[in-house]
Design a binder for this molecule. Structure first.
Ligand SMILES: [Cu+2]
Length: 471
């Protein structure tokens, strides 16, 4: 009795959440669904007892969950169900929502699809029958997407899967959406160029068209693909296919870009952004368009480039998209530049399993903010603005952003130019999670002669603007 009590106290201290398994499956799911990712990770479990199946299922399908945890959960479910990885992953895909509302929802779906489709071709070939049945009979779009992708890998050729999908209403769209997940199968992806470009010539269905355009950039990364994408942006009146083309162009390496198209294309995109009401210019599709126009403008002659950038800047708030790099305790940008006294919005997406925040401070204040913030007691409320020290060194701060969430910080950039710092003040994180917000008097002038800010840890210029191998 005493031992039990002590064990219970210890569990409570470590905060292992207690789940009542003696209820309906729906009630167990509900209890698990209320836990944060961190709490879910602390739930007791063993793969030798089937009652923990819902815990493993939640770990496998939860957004922003670490890959190693998903791998553990998948192995446990394979053991508990005595089923193949393919079967478990198809069930997972049937149960996660097919929404693409946020970056993290999209990443969650992408991770599960990659776990299924990324299996060795020989493994998928053995399960061809089950995959073909799932593709043909499931009414879940993500199951269809995963199954058609896996079938193409199993066959080493898209023809059979394409023919099967073309016979069923709505299925070709899901096959097309699986194309980004075909991994390193370059030859297989290249074989999809012909059927997709033929489909683009004949289809008038906007959904099919947008999916085909979205897949095209993954087929052949050459000038022919670039030209088709450009034509879609310039001539299409459908916002979804234009947005898909804008997202696909960065997949084509710059040497393959058709030089003559660059300036007219940039103009069309700037006109599109101009025509977008100001309140909607911070939406992801508009931000994609702005970023592409900026990238294209880099390939233009100096005068045209500066004119495009000035025009884009005049269109409104400068938006900086910052992400955490999963499992690396890093921000994806080591620095960014803003203009003194101008409005800025920072969108921080936490793609990691643990919570992070963003605190912007005076030049030279990184270590002090990081250590004093991290030494503060943990907050009672997980959504509270925690670990933010009360000091004039801090200029802006977000709350702790939980796994998969986005925080937006809108403010006016400091009036005084300088190398301001940003840092995550969650205990211990500041040593890796930091960067510099370079505030310059005049962005136009800075762009004519860009400078790289100094890494406050090494006291040398940052070697690159991107961290963690993101693109
Ligand atoms: Cu952090």
């Amino acid at each position: 009795m005493l031992a039990l009590l002590v064990a219970g106290l210890l569990a409570a201290q470590e905060g292992a959440p207690r789940i009542l398994y003696d209820t309906s499956p729906r009630a167990v799911e509900y209890q698990l669904g209320r836990l944060s990712n961190e709490q879910l990770l602390r739930v007791e479990r063993t793969d030798s007892d089937g009652k923990y199946r819902p815990v493993y299922f939640a770990l496998l399908t939860r957004r922003a969950m670490a890959r190693a945890v998903r791998a553990e959960a998948l192995a446990a479910l394979v053991k508990i169900d005595r089923a193949s990885r393919t079967r478990v992953l198809l069930e997972a895909l049937a149960r996660v929502p097919a929404t693409e509302d946020t970056e993290t929802d999209r990443q969650n779906v992408d991770t599960l699809l990659t776990m299924l489709i990324g299996q060795p071709a020989a493994t998928l070939r053995q399960q061809r029958e089950a995959l073909a049945t799932a593709a043909a009979t499931s009414n879940q779009p993500l199951v269809q997407r995963g199954a058609y992708g896996a079938l193409m890998i199993a066959d080493g050729d898209p023809a059979a899967a394409w023919d099967a999908a073309a016979k069923l209403d709505g299925h070709l769209v899901e096959l097309l959406r699986s194309v980004p997940h075909l991994g390193a199968e370059d030859a297989l992806r290249a074989r999809l160029f012909t059927p997709i470009s033929a489909l683009l010539k004949e289809t008038t269905d906007p959904g099919t068209r947008a999916a085909a355009i979205g897949a095209l950039g993954w087929t052949r990364r050459d000038g022919a693909t670039f030209d088709l994408l450009v034509r879609e942006i310039v001539t299409s009146t459908d916002p979804a296919s234009r947005a898909a083309a804008i997202r696909s162009i960065p997949l084509i390496p710059e040497p393959a870009w058709t030089r003559a198209s660059l300036e007219p294309l940039t103009r069309v995109i700037v006109a599109m952004v101009t025509a977008t009401p100001a309140a909607r210019r911070t939406e992801p599709s508009t931000l994609d368009a702005i970023q592409l126009a900026e990238r294209l403008s880099a390939a233009l002659p100096a005068e045209a480039r500066l004119a495009v950038r000035r025009e884009l800047r005049a269109l409104g708030v400068q938006v900086v998209r910052l992400q955490t790099v999963p499992e690396q305790m890093l921000f994806d940008l080591s620095w960014f530049v803003v203009q003194a006294g101008k409005p800025v919005q920072i969108q921080l997406t936490n793609a990691d399993a643990m919570p992070h925040n963003l605190v912007i401070g005076q030049p030279g204040s990184m270590q002090e903010i990081g250590t004093t913030g991290g030494a503060m007691p943990p907050p009672a409320d997980p959504e509270a603005k925690a670990y933010v020290p009360d000091t004039p060194l801090v200029l802006q701060s977000t709350r702790l952003v939980s796994a998969g969430d986005v925080a937006r910080l809108t403010f006016t950039a400091p009036a005084t130019p300088g190398e301001y710092v940003y840092v995550c003040t969650f205990p211990g994180h500041w040593v890796r999670m930091y960067g510099v917000m370079l505030v310059v008097e005049d962005l136009d002038a800075w762009e004519r002669a860009p400078t790289v800010p100094t890494n406050p840890t090494t006291n040398k210029p940052f070697p690159s603007q991107r961290n963690g191998g993101g693109s």
